[in-house]
Design a protein. Structure first.
Length: 95
């Protein structure tokens, strides 16, 4: 049975590229575009989570998923300069 990936990404081009690459490696990808969809979806075996979502902060999504599951969560983000490194990076790891 393939690894189930929940991809939480609002940018269609990024999501498409990631989904295609993951499918090509045999992963089963479920893609959602909002935090609310992510929280409602089954987390699968691993979550790829963008922090910059249109409806809520990615950290809040991470906390909500973590409250009900121990699934690994990998943060993917284009925030770059916006991150107050290492404080925000460590905050994501602590959730």
């Amino acid at each position: 049975m393939p690894v189930q990936v929940l991809l939480v990404e609002d940018d269609a081009s990024i999501a498409s590229s990631l989904s295609e690459a993951l499918h090509g490696q045999g992963f089963d990808v479920r893609h959602v575009t909002t935090g609310r969809e992510a929280i409602a979806a089954p987390p699968g075996d691993v979550v790829l989570l963008d922090l910059g979502l249109p409806d809520m902060d990615g950290y809040d999504v991470c906390r909500a998923i973590r409250a009900v599951s121990t699934v690994p969560i990998i943060v993917i983000t284009a925030r770059g300069e916006e991150l107050d490194a290492p404080a925000e990076e460590l905050a994501a790891l602590e959730v």
